[in-house]
Write a protein that binds this ligand. Structure first.
Ligand SMILES: Nc1ncnc2c1ncn2[C@@H]1O[C@H](COP(=O)(O)OP(=O)(O)OP(=O)(O)O)[C@@H](O)[C@H]1O
Length: 365
């Protein structure tokens, strides 16, 4: 079987302020595998250790324990490690960090220069020129070959940085919050292009981000990280709709968590009976805003609809949809529901809330 592009086992790392100090523990036992050709996002809040993980993979920071294999080759084994230039890893930093005195083509060609010790790519001059032209075309910047870095927009500079990282055909491309310095609309456009470019290059990518939309929209899988641990790793749908715990549920997007009790195949909560696959006991039922249906509460028992009664306490019109905050009449739990379009309910209205689709049941630790 072909080895994974990246295999990390029980990795620990941190920082020392001076030689005698023991390293602080920032990475606390990371285990992760990225198959060839996959784009994996490491998603976590600020300070959880995402950039530290990239630095250790790139060889810019030593590990204190654990192993890293790149394409089946061990590059970190506890405290011993292969130097960065022998790892066949490309890096796209937060702000492109291009060489200011080299034009775009020369920036992209930089990693293809023949080197003596530790060289990973040995191409003749004509092949190098062709490779640069191919990378510029792939990144959609052939017209910028002669431009200097100071003449580029933020988005163009990031395309150059990506082309430069991909040019030597690395085993793995690391992208460290590559869109964070760009404005919102450019960010959305560029992130889709970056996915396409990585896929067209047949490369494997590890993207670090604290932006949930970014991770969910472009990654094949998302590894959710908190306080030096990977909490859950799965497809965007798995982590968003089937979070491992309440923290992951809330970190990935707005949600309501109702308390309940699971017995057998069902969990009982304020919304009624929900199919449950967890063990018996206390649970939390996750409802994303778009998984709730609202109807006007009808006092007439003949035509009364099903659902839990709630009062609208806030209605926030957001253009494409309206976000309602509700308080359940029985028990007072708070829920958040989203409906397309203009607010059809007002603060103070009484509504019936019911689940639309399967809600996820999380064991209450
Ligand atoms: N050079 C350093 N020296 C000492 N401590 C550091 C250093 N760099 C990072 N840290 C600490 O390590 C922890 C993890 O930082 P890291 O930059 O990896 O987090 P992050 O998840 O990438 O955050 P962000 O999204 O804000 O970039 C933080 O507590 C940070 O203060």
């Amino acid at each position: 079987m072909e080895p994974a592009a990246l295999t990390i086992a029980n990795l620990e790392a941190g920082y020392t302020s001076n030689q005698r100090d023991r390293a602080s523990r920032v990475l606390k036992g990371i285990t992760l595998e990225v198959p060839k050709g996959e784009l994996l996002a490491i998603l976590g809040p600020s300070g959880c250790g995402k950039s530290t993980l990239l630095r250790v993979i790139a060889g810019l920071l030593p590990a204190t324990a654990g192993t890293i294999d790149l394409g089946g080759r061990r590059v970190v084994d506890g405290k011993s490690s292969v130097p960065p230039e022998q790892r066949r890893v490309g890096l796209v930093p937060q702000e492109a960090a291009l060489f200011p005195h080299l034009n775009v083509a020369k920036n992209v060609a930089f990693g293809l220069k023949p080197r003596k010790a530790g060289s990973t790519v040995r191409l003749g001059m004509r092949e190098r020129r062709q490779r640069v032209a191919d990378m510029l075309e792939l990144a959609g910047i052939s017209n910028l070959a002669d431009a200097m870095p100071h003449e580029l927009s933020g988005g163009q500079a990031q395309r150059v940085a990506l082309a430069r990282a991909l040019a030597p055909s690395p085993d793995l491309v690391l992208l460290d919050e590559p869109f964070s310095a760009l404005d919102a609309s450019l960010r959305v456009r560029l992130r889709n292009d970056v996915r396409r470019i990585i896929k067209d290059a047949g490369a494997t990518g590890l993207l670090v981000t604290h932006d949930q939309d970014e991770a969910l929209s472009i990654a094949d899988r998302v590894a959710v990280m908190n306080a030096g641990h990977i909490i859950q790793c799965g497809s965007p749908d798995e982590v968003y709709n089937g979070p491992a715990d309440a923290w992951v549920a809330c970190f990935l997007g707005t949600c309501s968590l109702l308390s309940g009790t699971s017995i057998g195949q069902t969990a009982q909560c304020a919304l009624g009976q929900i199919p449950s696959a967890t063990r018996d006991g206390a649970v939390q039922i996750l409802a994303r805003p778009e998984q709730l249906r609202l109807r006007i509460a009808n006092q007439d028992p003949e035509t009364a609809a099903e659902g839990a009664e709630a009062e609208v306490v806030a209605a926030e019109y957001q253009g494409h949809s309206t976000l309602y905050t509700l308080t359940l009449t029985s028990g007072g739990e708070e829920m958040v529901a989203r409906e397309q379009g203009w607010a059809r309910f007002n603060v103070g209205d009484h509504v019936l809330v019911s689940p639309a689709g399967n809600l996820h049941v999380i064991p209450d630790e």
